[in-house]
Design a protein around this ligand. Structure first.
Ligand code: UD1
Ligand code: CA
Length: 484
C-alpha cells in the first residue's frame, strides 16, 4: 500500500452543475445519506494520500462549510472562475506546492462521480506506478457515451492518443464507447509542466485537463489507460436523472453487501439504506422501508413493512412494524407499532412495547413496560413491567416550559389518563380510568381523579318524549318487568 501512496489527491468540485437546475451546488446533492463530494472524499481517503485538496468555486462557502463539518481537516483551494478542469487542477496543486509541482503520484478525481470506490482508485494508482506511466486514465466502456470525453486510441497499437470532449468530437469519435471517467493518476512534476501548456481553443473556451494526455504523449512520455471492470462505478452525475440512477445503484450495492453478510431483504427494490447503516446477521427488512443515518439493526431484528428509521438503534430480536423513528433506541425483543412514532430521545428497554398509534419523545421506558394503544408519552421516565392504559397523554407542556413525568415499576395506569407534569407515580401504584393525575401518587396506592357519575332517571321520557330513544327506553323498561 505504502509503495503507491500518492503525494496528493485533487478533487474537482468548483463547478455549479447547471444541468442539476438547483440552488444547491451539485456536489452537495445527496446519495444514500452522503453528499456527492463526501463520497469522493471518502474514497480518496482510502488511498491515504499525503495531501488531499478539494477545489471549490461555485457556492464555495457552502461547500467549504460542509467539508469542515463532515470531513474535518480537508484542505480546499479556491477557483474563482470555472475555466475548466485543467485550470482547476492547476489551482489545487498551487495550494499544495509552489508552482504546483509535487514529487510522486497525483490522483485527480471529479467531485461528481460518487460511485467510485477506494479499491478502484488504489488499483489505478498501482497500475500507474507499476507501468511507469506519466499519466494513467481510468476509462470505461459504456452503453451510452453521450456527454463524456471519448478515448481515442491509435488504430494500430491501441495506445491512447487523446481524449476528445463530446462537444468537440467528430461523428466518428462520438461513436466511440470508451469514455474518460475523469479519474487520473499523474506524475506530479510532468503534470505541473503540462498544465502550463494547455490551451483554450475548444468549443467551451476552457482549459481541459484531458488535453494533458496529448501533450505528454507528444513529448514522448508513457500514457496508459486502465479500463474499469464495472462501468457503473464511474457514472458522473450531471443531472437529476443520473442522480436517481446512481442512488439506485449505490443502494443496490449496499443491500447486496448486507444480504451477503446474512441480512434478509424481502424486496430490495423497495428498500432504501444510507451508507452509514449497519446490520447484524439475521436481521429482516420488509418492503417499503427506509433506514437512514446511523441506524443499526441488531441480530434477528425485524423491521417493516413501511418503516422509516433515522439514527435509530434496534436491539436484537426487536420487531418494528409500520413505524417512523428518529433518534430512538429500541431494546432487545421490544415491539414497536404498527403505526408508532418514536421521536428523538426515546429509549425503549428490552421486551418493552410502544404499540399502535403511540407517539413518544424524550422518554425512557423500562424493561417489560408496555404502552400498547393510542397514547402520547413525552418527557417521561417509566420503570419496569408497568402498563400504561389506552389513550393516555403525558401532559408535558404548560404553554411555556416542558415538564417531566416519572412512573415507577409494576404500575398499572387506567385508560384515558392525563399525567399533568411534573408528577410522579410511585412503584406498584394503580390509577383509575379517566383520571387526570395532577398530584403525586404514593407507591402502592390507587389514584382516582375524575367526576362522580350521576344517573338522572327518566330524563329521556320527560325531556325527549316520543323520540326513538324514549321508545327504546320504554320497551327496555317493559321487558325488564319494571312497571314503575
Ligand atoms: C468531464 C471530462 C470528461 C469526462 C467526464 C466524466 C474534462 C474537460 N472533461 O466532463 O472527459 O468524460 O468529466 O464525468 O475534463 N470543475 C471544476 N472547475 C472547472 C470545471 C469543472 O472544479 O473549471 C469540476 C466540476 O465541479 C466537476 C468536475 O470538475 O466536479 C467535472 O466537470 P464537469 O463540468 O462535470 O465535466 P464534464 O463535462 O462532465
Ligand atoms: Ca461531470
Amino acid at each position: 500500500m505504502s509503495a503507491i501512496r500518492p503525494a496528493a489527491v485533487v478533487v474537482l468540485a468548483a463547478g455549479e452543475g447547471t444541468r442539476m437546475k438547483s440552488k444547491t451546488p451539485k456536489v452537495l446533492h445527496e446519495l444514500c445519506g452522503r453528499s456527492l463530494v463526501g463520497h469522493v472524499v471518502s474514497a480518496a481517503r482510502e488511498l491515504e494520500p499525503e495531501h488531499l485538496v478539494v477545489v471549490v468555486g461555485h457556492a464555495s462557502e457552502r461547500v467549504e462549510g460542509h467539508l469542515a463539518e463532515r470531513y474535518a481537516g480537508t484542505r480546499t483551494a479556491y477557483q474563482a472562475e470555472q475555466n475548466g478542469t485543467g485550470h482547476a487542477v492547476r489551482i489545487g496543486l498551487e495550494e499544495l506546492a509552489p508552482g504546483g509541482a509535487l514529487d510522486g503520484t497525483v490522483v485527480v478525481v471529479c467531485g461528481d462521480t460518487p460511485l467510485l470506490s477506494g479499491g478502484t482508485l488504489t488499483a489505478l494508482a498501482a497500475t500507474h506506478s507499476a507501468d511507469g506511466n506519466a499519466v494513467t486514465v481510468l476509462t470505461a466502456e459504456v452503453p451510452d457515451s453521450t456527454g463524456y470525453g471519448r478515448i481515442v486510441r491509435d488504430a494500430a497499437s491501441g495506445a491512447v492518443t487523446a481524449i476528445v470532449e463530446h462537444k468537440d468530437a467528430t461523428d466518428a469519435q462520438r461513436a466511440i464507447r470508451e469514455i474518460n471517467s475523469g479519474v487520473f493518476a499523474f506524475d506530479g512534476r510532468l503534470l505541473a509542466d503540462a498544465l502550463g501548456k494547455v490551451r483554450t481553443d475548444n468549443s467551451q473556451g476552457e482549459e481541459y485537463l484531458t488535453d494533458v494526455l496529448g501533450i505528454l504523449r507528444e513529448a514522448g512520455h508513457r500514457v496508459g489507460a486502465s479500463v474499469a471492470a464495472d462501468h457503473r462505478e464511474i457514472l458522473g452525475i450531471n443531472n437529476r436523472v443520473q442522480l436517481a440512477e446512481a442512488g439506485r445503484l449505490l443502494n443496490a450495492r449496499l443491500l447486496e453487501q448486507a444480504m451477503m453478510a446474512g441480512v434478509t431483504v424481502v424486496d430490495p427494490a423497495s428498500v432504501r439504506v444510507d451508507v452509514t447503516v449497519t446490520f447484524e446477521p439475521d436481521a429482516i427488512i420488509h418492503p417499503g422501508s427506509q433506514l437512514l443515518g446511523v441506524t443499526h439493526l441488531g441480530e434477528g431484528a425485524e423491521v417493516g413493512p413501511n418503516t422509516r428509521l433515522k439514527d435509530t438503534a434496534v436491539g436484537a430480536g426487536a420487531r418494528v412494524d409500520n413505524t417512523v423513528a428518529d433518534g430512538a433506541e429500541i431494546g432487545a425483543d421490544a415491539a414497536v407499532g404498527p403505526y408508532a412514532y418514536l421521536r428523538p430521545g426515546t429509549r425503549l428497554g428490552p421486551k418493552s412495547k410502544a404499540g399502535t398509534y403511540v407517539e413518544m419523545k424524550n422518554a425512557s421506558i423500562g424493561e417489560g413496560t408496555k404502552v400498547p394503544h393510542l397514547s402520547y408519552v413525552g418527557d417521561a421516565t417509566i420503570g419496569e413491567y408497568s402498563n400504561i392504559g389506552a389513550a393516555s397523554v403525558f401532559v408535558n407542556y404548560d404553554g411555556e416550559a416542558k415538564h417531566h413525568t416519572t412512573i415507577g415499576s409494576h404500575c398499572k395506569t387506567g385508560s384515558d389518563n392525563m399525567f399533568v407534569a411534573p408528577v410522579t407515580v410511585g412503584d406498584g401504584a394503580y390509577t383509575a380510568a379517566g383520571s387526570v393525575i395532577t398530584k403525586d401518587v404514593p407507591a402502592g396506592s390507587l389514584a382516582v381523579a375524575r367526576g362522580q357519575q350521576r344517573n338522572i332517571e327518566g330524563w329521556v321520557a320527560r325531556k325527549r318524549p316520543g323520540s326513538a330513544a324514549a321508545q327504546a327506553a320504554a320497551a327496555a323498561t317493559e321487558m325488564s318487568g319494571d312497571n314503575n
